[in-house]
Design a protein around this ligand. Structure first.
Ligand code: AVJ
Length: 331
C-alpha cells in the first residue's frame, strides 16, 4: 500500500492510494451489477454523506444496535480497560468514534500516555475524529489510517505496534459473508501477539419484530443511506441513476441468519454508468442486494473465533442481551 503520512507530534495520518481505491470501486461496481443477482459491497455506503447518514441511523429510536453497544462500553469501560491493560488501541471502522470515547476516557483516567490507531474507509470522518480527539484527550497519541481494511486486517502492521488491543465494534463484521468473516478473523488472529487482544462487538440473533424496524425506520433515514450508494455511483462514476426509481427493501433471511437490504427497481430501466462504459438494465422489481447484516448467537461467535484460532476470554452484554462485546485472544 502506498501511503503518505501527515505528521505532527501527536498525530500521524496515513493516506490510502486514492487512485487505486477509485479503480477498485469501478471494478466492484462493474462486477456486482453484471451478476445474475445484482449486488454492491456495503463498504461503498460510507462516503462523506453516507457516514453522516449512518451517524443519523445511530440516533434512530428503532436502531437499537448503537445504543446497546454504547451501553456496554459506557457501563464497563473501566472493567474493559482493566482487563486489556493499557495497550495501544487499534480500531477497524472507527467512524466518529462516539462509542469508543468511553473506552478512551478510561485510558485517559490512567494518567499515562496512550496510543489510539483508528482505521477507516471514510477519510472525512477519520480526519475530523482524529483532530477532535486530540483536543479532548491530553494523553492521547493518534496514528490514523485511511484505508479499506476489509479482506486485509494485516494493514495495521504498518502501525508497527509492539503490543495492541484490536477492536472491531458496531457489528460491522456482520456485513461480511461467513467466508469473509472467517478470513478476517484468521487474518486478525495471525497478527496478534501472545499478550494482544481482539475486541469484537456483535449483534445477536433476536426476534424479527425487533430486527426489522431497525432497518426500516419510520423517518426513511435507512432508505436514504441505502440509496446513497447510487448517489455515489452517479457522483463518482458518472452514473445516471434516478434515486427515486429504486425502493428501499429490508427483510430478515432466517435461513442465512441475516438482514438483507436491497434496492428494488420500480420500473424497467436502463442506466448508463459512463466511467465503466456500461449500460445496466433492470427489470421491474429486480433488486440490487446492497447489504447483509449477519446476526449471531453467543455459541456461533465462540465457534467463529475458535475456527480462526481465537479463544473467547470474556463477554459483556447490554441489559437486554441484544448485543455482545467479546474479548478474544490468539491461541
Ligand atoms: C455498521 C454494518 C453494523 O449492518 O447494522 C445500518 C450498517 N445498515 N443500517 C448494520 C447499517 C443499515 C450497520 N453496520
Amino acid at each position: 500500500m502506498e501511503s503518505k503520512a501527515i505528521s505532527s507530534k501527536r498525530l500521524q495520518f496515513h493516506d490510502i492510494d486514492l487512485a487505486a481505491h477509485r479503480r477498485t470501486f469501478e471494478r466492484d461496481v462493474a462486477f456486482g451489477l453484471a451478476a445474475q443477482q445484482k449486488w454492491l459491497p456495503p463498504k461503498y455506503f460510507y462516503d462523506e454523506r453516507g457516514s453522516q447518514l449512518y451517524e443519523q441511523i445511530c440516533c434512530l429510536p428503532e436502531y437499537y444496535l448503537y445504543r446497546a453497544e454504547l451501553e456496554i462500553l459506557s457501563t464497563y469501560a473501566a472493567e474493559i480497560h482493566a482487563e486489556i491493560g493499557h495497550l495501544a488501541l487499534v480500531e477497524f471502522g472507527s467512524g466518529d468514534a462516539r462509542k469508543t470515547r468511553h473506552l478512551l476516557t478510561a485510558y485517559e483516567s490512567a494518567d499515562q500516555p496512550f496510543r489510539y490507531c483508528p482505521v477507516d474507509i471514510s477519510r472525512e470522518a477519520l480526519w475530523d475524529t482524529a483532530n477532535r480527539l486530540l483536543q479532548e484527550y491530553s494523553h492521547i497519541e493518534i496514528r490514523a489510517m485511511h484505508t479499506d481494511f476489509a479482506g486485509q486486517p494485516e494493514v495495521i502492521q504498518a502501525f508497527k505496534l509492539e503490543k495492541k488491543a484490536v477492536a472491531f465494534f458496531g457489528s460491522s463484521i456482520g456485513n461480511f459473508t461467513s467466508e469473509e468473516s472467517a478470513d478476517f478473523l484468521r487474518g486478525t488472529a495471525a497478527i496478534l501477539g501472545p499478550e494482544d487482544v481482539f475486541l469484537l462487538g456483535i449483534d445477536l440473533k433476536k426476534s424479527p419484530e425487533i430486527l426489522l424496524p431497525a432497518y426500516n425506520d419510520s423517518q426513511g433515514i435507512t432508505a436514504a443511506f441505502n440509496r446513497n450508494v447510487l448517489r455515489r455511483i452517479n457522483y463518482e462514476l458518472g452514473g445516471r441513476f434516478d434515486l427515486q426509481g429504486f425502493e428501499h427493501l429490508a427483510f430478515y433471511n432466517a435461513e442465512m441468519g441475516r438482514i438483507e437490504m436491497h434496492l428494488r427497481s420500480r420500473l424497467p430501466q436502463r442506466i448508463p454508468i459512463v466511467k465503466i462504459g456500461e449500460v445496466i438494465s433492470f427489470r421491474k422489481d429486480e433488486t440490487i442486494h446492497t447489504e447483509s447484516s449477519h446476526k449471531y448467537t453467543v455459541d456461533e461467535v465462540r465457534d467463529l473465533g475458535s475456527q480462526a484460532n481465537l479463544v473467547l476470554r470474556r463477554t459483556w452484554f447490554d441489559a437486554r442481551r441484544y448485543f455482545m462485546l467479546a474479548l478474544f485472544q490468539s491461541r
